[in-house]
Design a protein around this ligand. Structure first.
Ligand code: PGA
Length: 244
């Protein structure tokens, strides 16, 4: 079954709206990533969907004002975490080093990870080959040391999200993201001996283009941002993806 991951980002503003949205999205194959303040209640109510945090810190506890730890997230009944989203890299100073620490911490806590990678337009403009090199370098830095953690194969999912496609309405071409997905799976298989890693596509996925991405064999699902908090869009995307 393909994964439909819903990244709500900093939406919606109230718990009432959040619960209405999560109730609407409570389907098999769906993973909901709400703002952290809504996590516990959404996880408590979800019957079919799984729930994930949009970010975690790498320490378990201590003097780290404003952060949320992997164990706290687990305690809230959450199974997943999104790590390395480009908005976190851009606005919150996330680096490959901090992304790596968070991945290792998530592994230790037994959380399933969606690691986000993807190149900016300054790279992709030079062609797909440069984009592949960029993504390969990100994977190398972000996944450093995972072999030592007996990383459970099923716990890692990679989302290929070209930065220029996020929130722009300009998605990648499905053939090209399928090629990138194949490339990422190849790296994980040969370098980390993690076969069959699921790779999602993210970046301006909506009801009009979701079928093309889900139709590609190499793409194991989608990570939807903007369209994931609009019920009309969700309704159509659920119909197309046949999630129940
Ligand atoms: P978008 O965001 O669908 O709004 O482009 C995708 C994401 O941020 O994961």
């Amino acid at each position: 079954m393909k994964i439909i991951a819903l990244n709500w980002k900093l939406n919606p503003e109230t718990e009432k709206e959040a619960l209405s949205l999560s109730g609407f999205s409570d389907r098999k194959g769906v993973v909901i990533f709400p703002p952290s303040i809504f996590l516990r209640e959404i996880a408590r109510r979800a019957k079919k969907a799984e729930v994930g945090a949009q970010n975690i810190f790498w320490e378990k506890k201590g003097a780290f004002t404003g952060e949320t730890s992997p164990s706290m997230v687990r305690d809230a009944g959450v199974q997943w975490v999104l790590i390395g989203h480009s908005e976190r890299r851009k606005y919150f100073g996330e680096t490959d080093e901090t992304v790596n620490k968070k991945i290792l911490a998530a592994c230790r806590a037994g959380l399933r990870v969606i690691l986000c990678v993807g190149e900016p337009w300054s790279v992709r403009g030079n062609g797909v080959l440069d984009a592949k090199k960029f993504v390969a370098r990100q994977l190398e830095d972000d996944l450093r040391g995972i072999k030592n953690f007996k990383f459970q194969i099923k716990n890692l999912v990679v989302a290929y999200e070209p930065v220029w496609a996020i929130g722009t309405g300009k998605s990648d071409r499905p053939e090209e993201s399928a090629e990138m997905a194949r490339f990422i799976k190849g790296i994980l298989n040969t370098k980390y001996h993690i076969p069959n890693t699921k790779v999602l596509y993210g970046g301006s996925v909506n009801s009009k283009n979701i079928a093309a991405f889900l139709g590609a064999d190499e793409i194991d699902g989608v990570l939807v941002g903007g369209a994931s908090v609009r019920k009309e869009e969700l309704k159509k995307m659920f119909e197309i993806s046949n999630t129940k």
